[in-house]
Write a protein that binds this ligand. Structure first.
Ligand code: BGC
Length: 480
């Protein structure tokens, strides 16, 4: 029998009656009960089936053109490019077989100007980074073109393993001249202009890459997830379940599907959205889209917490200790959109000191709030806990839906996960497992059946593996 959801008692806030009343109401809004979780999971599975059968559904369920399974014996040198989070990464991957690999990589920050300017500028910048990297590695004068796996972590409707059309931007990107275009062609043009000996042979979503990198040494891998700045999942589907497939006969009976589950419930049928979530959505650059992603990802959780805290400040329920102190004007930082980062939540949730001194330090150092009382800190910690727990439970719901959709056999299922929330956020994994076990109560020890694990460098090694699969598929086709 799974344990009940993590206790969210308000006893230990020890606040004024008004603070206690506010927290009680907040707990009700942000707690996803087992019942609610199960309703969301059922809806999620229904949406998966819809998306598999017809284009244009909220869960896009995009066929990745990656067919069949890995053998673990894939070998060779590949370049990988990772675009989609805070940094751009260029990686040289040597696949050695037997699930082993080596990587050398370089990282560059993508400025907000590049994220929101013309796509051509972004591609020129990427080509420059690849150029510098090739020179550093002594590969600039290669006779034969190096195959490159391009991890482009946005919703792309694929038409081949190295072709696709960008449907929309997410995660704060909004470059002009890219939506409706093929990201591979745009990049290849920039590479050609610089005469670089590189050919983009695979276009990969980061979740697909994560699945592949996990599968390279865990053959029972059925899915890959990203729980980081953004969120999404990919899993292995039977071709005969992809009703909308129009790509003709495939060489293998299975294909990886990029679910684009960040968009789940954009129509707001089942997710228990609060006014704090609605405020975030309304003020984001992509209102009404990526609703699920906005409840579970690193880019957004801090902002939800900020929305709660500023509301409490406006009602004079926080930071009221010193007389004459006006919290609204004292901390400019907390009044600014995105002013409360998800990493602050991690640090606050991690605070086990009896007087919450680390929480005080986070508030002081990052938000110039010096007058927080212990009650304030307890409230803030509880708000972080509520928002963080809700995120982990919803992520667990997505995982349970995938596992139930695929069916569990006696070997169980490995799920590779990458992303800062999963890797660093305190208790995230524990809370995710808790939700999965509530949804799959028939398994007394869920961790043996659904094995979550940190996937190693999905966007680098995974992209290289995808480039390798692309070469294998080319080979099969040329012999057919
Ligand atoms: C994108 C997905 C991506 C996910 C994780 C989402 O915003 O739409 O394509 O896999 O972020 O990076």
């Amino acid at each position: 029998m799974p344990a009940p959801p993590e206790a969210t008692t308000i006893k230990d806030i020890n606040g004024s009656p008004e603070q206690e009343a506010y927290m009680k109401c907040l707990i009700e809004q942000l707690t996803i009960t087992p019942d609610k979780l199960s309703r969301i999971c059922e809806h999620f599975k229904g949406e998966m089936t819809k998306g598999l059968n017809k284009e244009g559904h909220t869960l896009a369920m995009i066929p990745s053109y990656v067919e069949g399974r890995l053998t673990g014996e894939e070998k060779g040198n590949f370049l990988a490019l990772d675009l989609g989070g805070t940094n751009l990464r260029v990686v040289l991957v040597t696949l050695e077989g037997q699930g082993k690999f080596k990587t050398v990589s370089t990282k560059a920050r993508i400025s907000d100007t590049l994220k929101t300017g013309p796509m051509r500028d972004l591609c020129d910048y990427i080509a420059d980074c690849i150029d510098t990297f090739l020179t550093e590695q002594g590969l600039e004068d290669q006779e034969t073109e190096l195959p490159l796996g391009y991890t482009f972590s946005f919703p792309v409707l694929q038409s081949k393993i190295n072709r696709g059309t960008l449907l929309t931007w997410t995660k704060g990107f909004s470059c002009t001249g890219a939506v409706g275009k093929d990201p591979v062609i745009l990049l290849q043009d920039a590479l050609l202009k610089k005469h670089l000996p590189v050919k983009v042979t695979a276009l990969v979503n980061d979740t697909v890459g994560t699945l592949l990198s996990n599968a390279y040494n865990k053959p029972d891998t059925i899915a890959g997830l990203i729980l980081g700045t953004g969120s999404n999942g990919a899993y292995i589907e039977q071709m005969d379940k992809i009703g909308k497939w129009q790509g003709g006969k495939t060489a293998f009976p299975e294909m990886i599907i990029n679910m684009e589950f960040g968009a789940f419930d954009n129509e707001r049928v089942v997710l228990p959205l609060t006014r704090y979530d609605n405020k975030l959505d309304r003020e984001s650059i992509n209102p009404h889209s990526q609703i699920f992603e906005k409840l579970i990802s690193g880019m957004y959780l801090g902002e939800i917490v900020r929305n709660v805290l500023t509301d409490m400040m406006d009602r004079e329920l926080l930071f009221q200790r010193s007389e004459g102190f006006d919290a609204k004007t004292a901390s400019k930082e907390i009044s600014v959109q995105w002013g409360f980062e998800t990493s602050y939540m991690s640090n606050i949730e991690d605070d086990s000191t009896s007087n919450l001194s680390r929480t005080k330090e986070v508030l002081d150092t990052n938000l110039s709030i010096q007058n927080a009382s212990e009650t304030d800190c307890r409230i803030i910690k509880r708000v972080c806990e509520l928002v963080g727990t809700r995120a982990a439970r919803l992520a667990g719901c997505a995982i349970a839906a995938i596992v139930q959709h695929c069916g569990v056999n006696e070997k169980g299922a490995d799920i590779g996960i990458d992303g800062s929330l999963y890797e660093f956020y305190p208790s995230f994994e524990k809370r995710t497992y808790q939700a999965i076990s509530e949804l799959m109560p028939e398994y007394p020890d869920i961790t043996k059946v659904v094995r979550l694990g940190l996937a190693r460098d999905g966007s680098g090694v995974g992209a290289a593996l995808c480039a390798c699969v692309a070469a294998r598929m080319e080979d099969i086709k040329s012999k057919a």
